[in-house]
Design a protein around this ligand. Sequence first.
Ligand code: AMP
Length: 370
Amino acid sequence: MSTIKLHNKYFKPFISSKQISLAVAKMAELMEKDLNGEVPIFVGILNGSFMFAADFIRSYNGNCEVSFVKLASYQDVNSTGTVKQLVGINENLEGRTVVILEDIIDTGTTLEEIYSIFRDKKLKQLKIATLFFKPDVFRKGLHIDYIGISIPDKFIVGYGLDYNGLGRNLAAVYKLTTQKMTNIVLFGPPGAGKGTQADILKDKYKLIHISTGDVFRFNIKNKTELGMLAKSFMDKGDLVPDKLTIDMLKAEVVRNAGANGFIFDGFPRTESQARALDAFLTEKGERINGMVALEVPENLLVERLLERGKTSGRPDDQDEEKIRNRFNEYNTKTAILQEYYQAQNKYFGVNGVGSIEEITNRLSTVFDNL
Ligand code: AMP
């Protein structure tokens, strides 16, 4: 399970469907024992409880009746504090045992409404069962009989719960993430124009551009230890070893801690770099929003690189054999990253042939939606 997007917000896995079904089965078993042969009317509170009610009632082995009321209290990610009864209950409840099935109880406003709806119905007893409960924000002194899973005060979706209408169909529960950055991997073979475009896009989107190639070249020029270590690999067009590259990348991110986000250019270049980047960002509550790839045919790239080699001063641009080796490294180690990000629905290919401005416009259309 990975992070999902609903409307404009991101949610990450929080409670698995297995944990939920265990909690639901336990509640049903306990209630069956407590009711001791009595036939209850289960009342599900719509919309959120439809999935919990269905699973709960399916695990409940005794006889029972089922009904629903529809209440609404959430408008956005914050509780509005007002509850409306949209669909009422028609059954005669006098002398009956009613068990309320709630998906979640947080402040208790809905629960208070439920108590007031059933107060004058002359029930034998009213019991409250909620799958999720937020003890930290519960403000009412009302009794709750059965609690499935207590959770901290996080906004959650899935298993019947929604964010502005979406997410109810998810089998597991996800929580809102507090991601603050926009992090983009600018991808493509050597010579695709990543550096040129990143230079324009970093200003447009107020992001920090990290080119691992540039950082290595800076270190080589300044004869640092890192530069010395990287030089022999780079001069041949080989990739620099992962450990060295990953440590350097992390240091660059840490150095720019207050950034709105990053355009990673030339990183990741191997699957192990991609995994290290994901783990590193997850630790910070951040993520990669997307891999945006410049797609350019290889024959055009060789021409571009040889042309650039006349002025770039880069030894790896001037010799066709080194250029071919860089493509070989790209095709054998880097190109598979397309699948890595595709599997997370984060790959966006862009036609990289055209004028600089045309390509910037194509990239911007993708960036605007990330
Ligand atoms: P670039 O400027 O992105 O074309 O990178 C030039 C060279 O720097 C590559 O051919 C590699 O030798 C080295 N390099 C840059 N980024 C990486 C990376 N993520 N992993 C390994 N080597 C890299």
